[in-house]
Write a protein that binds this ligand. Structure first.
Ligand SMILES: *[C@@H]1O[C@H](CO)[C@@H](O)[C@H](O)[C@H]1NC(C)=O
Ligand SMILES: CC(=O)N[C@H]1CO[C@H](CO)[C@@H](O)[C@@H]1O
Length: 741
């Protein structure tokens, strides 16, 4: 060891070109200040036309400027982290800690068992000593189908894991791997080509058999009597009445310590556990956070891994070295003992080229690296490695080191059946009564983004977190494939984030002095998401209505004051386009991203804001909506062709259509008066240029929506009820513009 010991396990580098970015940011800030000055010294007098619109726009611009400033915290300085996995192996290979992996699923219809099993298989096949690896599937529905699928997957794993190790297969989700071999590149590169070819055909056949068995059961909607009689585990369903009312179901499907549990090559298999915690209608189950806490307790008595990874059931591992990446941070001799969790970004495998519904591209590739500069990465609930102790509430203290080394406990084994029975009470509805679970221990309850608030609390306790974003993405999930899914998802995120701001753990008061200012602002950027609905609504409604009315709200083209407006608007857009393309996006992708940005702000955030305030004042309870992970064939087809999916009515759609039509009507009305009116075209252009431009941009960005209202015939169009309602509302708003001041 000697010298070697002191080489770090990871290194941190700073982003290049940051000075250029800062100059750009400062120039925009100057522009924003000039806009504020212009607004302040040109306020129309009381009674003058446009005073209301002017004041509203001023308020919106004050907010935009402030929010823009907040977002700079996660751009001002960015860091990238690189791990040295070979050094990790050299020093720690024999004492690597145990790792418990939690996969959470909640509904076999929305989250089909085959998809879940691919995730489970991909994490079982990690490049890691199998005796130190345990995988726990939490099934919050208590579905026999999911359980059955897990039994089949466990059988398949006995061939799949040795196959992966033999041929260094990547990725280790079988479905994703078979798709990649279809193009043949993988097999060609291998030296023992023919050999692998035969094995590939064999493993593919085993997979297809498993798939057809599981799919048949899913189609049937139940598990056949024949299968049930073969596995005694199904008897646990005898007392099951519904997914909201059943006992704890716990089954150790593969016991890694059992000498009989071996793969086809005779090697140890990872432990595999099925858990469905107790549910009773009279007890609140606290959604995923409740499931995670039950998993933390149950796993502590089975494998007690020092490191916990949790992944959503649609998120397979695309990199079999991810555990080692995470350990490079946590085991680093110099800095590791201060780090509580390592978060990988949320990436998607079913994005289309131009990301019709946007993704988290810029957040993952830019902002997360900015927050990482303060060691303040958010915990986002999937693809995250935690130390068990810090997730269970341990406070940071200088000099204290959490022992991560592997301890072999294989001697102290009691009978597996007794063990299962004795652990069931840990997952019961009443276990958490009068304990700190859901408060200071485990994941916190009562917030729509329980993961973010939990991560924040860990940081408040003095710990650091790390963002690990290797080029080959470690986890790939499914992005939303319909507009409503993405809007609903963002509503929940925005709502949860605003809840955090209003909660005891608010970064504004509680966070003061506990975390750095940049770190606070980094969180604030997300916490304030929902508030953006108001200025965005103002900006997408008022300028157009005043355009129809013939009142100018912006400086004339011939005035010098137009410069800051023009500069801020164009520079910001160009900046965001450059950023998006730097992250690997396309121009059309950026344009789509802008559309979703607008739609989220005018609907998701608005509803999130209203719901949060209503909730805060003590009315309804917030409800957690899972978004469907698979769609029927029609919908996927349109998704792949990048045709926007509406296909139903929702208050969100009515609002979007109303806004789109309002801008269309205002523009049409304006053109009509401009042609027939008394003012010259040049004069109209001089006073109204920015308003015309704004209105035209809004019309262009809404083109797919007009199409869905009037031109499309497929099932994904907007229903006529939405069309009628939105036409009426938009028409009414246009009439109202006559009475504005
Ligand atoms: C996933 O892994 C495969 C194979 O290892 C790789 O080719 C691909 O680029 C990865 N996907 C992403 C999004 O990084
Ligand atoms: C569930 C789903 O929509 N999956 C799709 C994700 O994207 C890939 C590639 O575009 C499709 O093949 C999947 O069907």
């Amino acid at each position: 060891m000697g010298e070697e010991r002191h080489l770090p396990l990871f290194e941190t580098t700073r982003a290049k070109g940051i000075v250029l970015y800062r100059l750009f940011a400062v120039s925009i800030f100057v522009g924003i200040c000039l806009i504020w000055v212009y607004r302040a010294i040109h306020i129309p007098n009381a009674g003058e036309d446009g005073r209301f619109g002017w004041m509203s726009l001023f308020a919106a611009e004050l907010w935009f400027g402030f929010y823009w400033f907040v977002t700079q915290a996660s751009r001002w300085s960015r860091v990238y982290r690189h791990t040295f996995k070979d050094r990790l192996s050299e020093r720690y290979e024999n004492v690597l800690p145990g790792v418990d992996i939690f996969v959470c699923t909640a509904d076999p219809i929305i989250e089909p068992p085959m998809m879940v099993m691919n995730t489970v298989l991909s994490v079982m096949a990690y490049d890691y000593p199998p005796e130190k690896l345990s995988v726990y599937l939490s099934d919050d529905c208590g579905s026999q189908l999911t359980y059955y699928a897990l039994l089949e997957a466990a059988e398949f794993a006995k061939s799949w894991i040795p196959y992966c190790k033999k041929y260094s297969v990547e990725p280790r989700s079988p479905a994703a791997y078979f798709v990649s071999t279809a193009s043949d590149a993988v097999v060609d590169q291998s030296q023992n080509r023919n050999h692998q070819f035969g094995d590939l055909a064999l493993i593919k056949k085993l997979y297809d058999d498993m798939e057809s068995k599981i799919e048949n059961a899913v189609k049937l909607g139940r598990v056949s009597e024949e299968v049930r009689s073969k596995h005694k585990g199904f008897s646990q369903w005898d007392s099951y009445s519904s997914k909201h009312d059943h006992d704890t179901i716990l089954q150790i499907v593969i016991d890694g310590k059992d000498p009989n549990a071996r793969d086809v090559e005779g090697c140890v298999l990872p432990t595999l556990v099925y858990l469905s915690r107790e549910k009773r209608p009279q007890y609140h189950h606290n959604f995923k956070a409740g499931a995670m806490n039950a998993l933390i307790r149950v796993s502590s008595r089975i494998s007690n891994g020092k490191l916990l990874l949790n992944v959503d059931c649609d998120m397979y591992s695309n990199n079999s070295m991810a555990i080692r990446d995470a350990l490079c941070f946590l085991l680093d001799e110099e800095q590791g003992h201060e780090i509580a969790f390592v978060q990988f970004p949320q990436n998607f495998h079913n994005l289309t080229k131009n990301e019709l519904y946007a993704s988290l591209l810029v957040i993952s590739e830019v902002e997360a690296h900015g927050l990482d500069n303060y060691w303040g990465t958010l915990y986002i609930g999937t693809g995250c490695f935690h130390r068990r102790e810090t997730l269970c509430g341990k406070k940071f203290s200088k000099g204290y080191k959490i022992e991560m080394k592997w301890e072999d406990k294989s001697g102290e084994n009691i009978g597996i059946h007794e063990l299962e029975e004795s652990l069931k009470s840990l997952a019961s509805c009443t276990f958490e009564e009068n304990t700190q679970w859901g408060k200071e221990m485990g994941l916190k309850y009562g917030c729509a983004v329980e993961d973010v608030i939990t991560g924040l609390a860990i940081q408040y306790r003095g710990w650091k977190s790390v963002n690990c974003n290797p080029t080959r993405k470690a986890f790939l999930g499914l992005n939303a494939t319909t507009l409503l899914q993405i809007l609903v998802q963002h509503k929940r995120w925005a709502e949860g984030n605003l809840q955090i701001l209003l909660s005891k753990y608010s970064v504004l008061w509680y966070g003061h002095g506990k975390i750095s200012l940049g770190h606070q602002l980094g969180y604030l950027r997300f916490n304030l998401w929902a508030v953006n609905c108001w200025p965005t609504l103002i900006y997408s409604i008022l300028p157009s209505l005043y355009l129809l009315r013939g009142t100018s709200l912006f400086p004339q083209v011939s005035s010098a004051w137009i410069i800051p407006f023009a500069y801020v608007m164009t520079a910001k857009q160009i900046g965001s386009l450059v950023e998006y393309m730097w992250c690997g996006g396309t121009i059309l992708g950026w344009w789509n991203d802008q559309r979703i940005w607008l739609y989220q702000r005018t609907t998701s955030y608005l509803f999130a804001f209203i719901d949060t305030i209503v909730h805060y004042l003590g009315y309804t309870d917030s409800a957690f909506v899972i978004t469907a992970k698979v769609a029927d064939e029609d919908v996927s087809e349109r998704y792949e062709k990048e045709i926007m999916e509406f296909g139903g009515s929702s208050p969100m759609f009515t609002l979007l259509a109303t806004l789109a039509l309002l801008n269309l009507y205002c523009f049409a009305g304006f053109v009509k008066t401009a042609i027939t009116g008394t003012k010259g075209i040049a004069e109209v252009y001089d006073t109204m240029c920015l308003q015309i431009l704004l209105c035209v941009v809004l019309i262009f960005i809404n083109l797919p929506l007009y199409e869905a209202l009037y031109l499309r015939k497929d099932k994904g169009k907007l229903p006529s009820s939405v069309a009628f309602k939105s036409m009426a509302f938009a028409g009414f708003a246009c009439i109202c513009s006559k009475f504005m001041y």
